[in-house]
Ligand binder design. Sequence first.
Ligand code: SAH
Length: 262
Amino acid sequence: MADINTASIVAGRVYLVGAGPGDPELLTLRAVKLLQKADVIVYDHLVSPAVLDFVSPQAERIYAGKRRNEHTMRQEQINALLVKLALQGKQVVRLKGGDPFIFGRGGEELQTLAVHGVAFEVVPGVTAASGVSSYAGIPLTHRDYAQCCMFVTGHLKDGSADLDWPSLVRLNQTVVIYMGLGGLPEICRQLIAHGAAPDLPIAVVQDGSIATQKVVTGTLQDMPEKVLLAKLKSPCLTIIGDVVKLHQELSWYTPVQGASAN
Ligand code: SAH
C-alpha cells in the first residue's frame, strides 16, 4: 500500500530535455520515450504545441512561461518546483525549446538540483541555430564563405546589447543571434560602426521549422526596415554572413500558406 513513507523513498528524477525548434519530427527518440513515461512535464513557451502532442495523456502538464516580458514563473520558482516534484518521487521532464544547454538556462536548473541531491539526466535537442538554419536552407558553414560560426544572444540590457562587436565583424564567419529581434536595429548599427560591410547579407527567420516559418533576407543596412515591413514576431533567429547568399538556391522547406502564428 502506498503511503507517504514509501512515496518519499521512491527516487524521483529530473530529465532536462531539448524539444528542438518546433517541428516534432526533430525530437530525439529519447525525448519521445521520456515524454511518454513522465509523471509530470514542466515546459516553456518555446515548446511547440505539436511537440506536446507526444506527452502521455496521464502526465501532469505545468506551463512555466518564459515568453519575453512575461515570466509566468521566475527562474527561482521553476528551480524550486523541479526539486519539489523530484522529492515527491516523480519522474519529471523539464522540457525546453531547442537544446537545454544553449541559451536555455539548463545549467542553472541542474545546479539547483545538484545542490539538493536530486538525480538528473540531460537529453540534447536540435538547437535553433542548427534546426532553423536547416529549414531556411542556410548552411552555417561553407568552404567558400565561412569557416567558423558564433552563437550569441542579442537580448538587450537597458537598450544596448553588451556584445564583443570586434569579434563579430571578422571575415569568413557566420554569426547567429538568438533573442535579437527587438535589438536588431542597434545590432546592425553597431556591426556597421565596427567595420562590417553595410551590404553584408543577413537573414531573420521567424518560427523556423513550423508552418508559420518566414524568412526575410537583406543587408545590415536595410534589414531593420524590412523586418518592420514583414511584421515579424518572436521567436526569430538572425543569421549574419555570406552564407545567407545560399538561401535562394538551397531553400527547400515550404511552410503552409496562410498558417497563423500562435
Ligand atoms: N535553447 C534554445 C534557445 C532559447 S533562447 C535553443 O537551443 O534553440 C530563445 C531564442 O531562440 C529565440 O528568441 C529565437 O532567437 C531562437 N529560437 C528558438 N526557436 C526558434 C524558432 N523555431 N524559430 C526562430 N528562432 C527560434
